[in-house]
Write a protein that binds this ligand. Structure first.
Ligand SMILES: [Zn+2]
Length: 207
């Protein structure tokens, strides 16, 4: 995390308003939190390789946009806390935390990588190490239709040629929202090909 960026962030977004309704509160307010819909246990598994915690409803979208569009670290922290409140033990059961890659452009626009931020925060909270394992494709996924999303996700690569040291290990891939699943699907496949046991966890799921 860039400390200077964080300093200015803190000045611009003091932690006294809800990222969803912008009421003056200490972070996510109680009434907005109530409107977030936790997905039921049986709805969680996706290809048996991962899960999502919350429905991507209006409030979920507002929270994610506060994070990704305005770059509010507080909204990012709220999302990490929601993951932990739902699945702390599960997240702690991994040997490494990584994140699905953002495109170069979206990371540049934001000034930080939102996936890396979540992986780092989770790692600090539960004491499991984190590391970037994927190299992104150059195009922003959100600008593409379903078919092109898959082709674009196919361009995601591993950062390192040898993943020998991670063979047989349980690795958690975090991401913000599950839409078509092509990004996390590709990440899962890349790690499986290396003999790693990957699992993904997204904050939201488009349903
Ligand atoms: Zn609120």
């Amino acid at each position: 995390m860039n400390r200077i960026a964080q300093f200015f962030q803190n000045l611009l977004f003091p932690y006294d308003k809800c990222p969803i309704c912008e009421e003056f509160t200490d972070g996510l307010c109680a009434s907005c939190k109530k409107k977030l819909v936790f997905l039921k246990e049986e709805g969680l598994l996706e290809m048996k390789k991962g899960m999502s915690i919350l429905a991507y409803n209006e409030e979920g979208k507002a929270l994610l946009m506060a994070y990704k569009k305005q770059g509010s670290f507080y909204a990012g922290n709220d999302m990490v806390n929601l993951l932990l409140s739902a699945q702390r033990d599960f997240i702690s059961s991994f040997q490494l935390i990584t994140f699905a890659p953002s495109s170069y452009r979206s990371a540049q626009n934001l000034g930080f990588d939102h996936g890396a931020f979540m992986a780092e925060r989770l790692s600090k909270e539960i004491g499991v190490p984190w590391r970037a394992l994927f190299r992104p494709s150059k195009t922003e996924q959100k600008k593409l239709d379903m078919e092109s999303r898959k082709d674009n996700a196919d361009q995601i690569k591993l950062r390192h040629d040898s993943m020998e040291h991670l063979k047989g290990k349980r690795v958690l891939i975090v991401d913000d929202v599950f839409t078509t699943g092509s990004t996390v699907g590709k990440c899962v496949k890349l790690l499986e090909n290396q003999g790693i046991q990957p699992y993904f966890l997204t904050v939201f799921k488009l349903i």
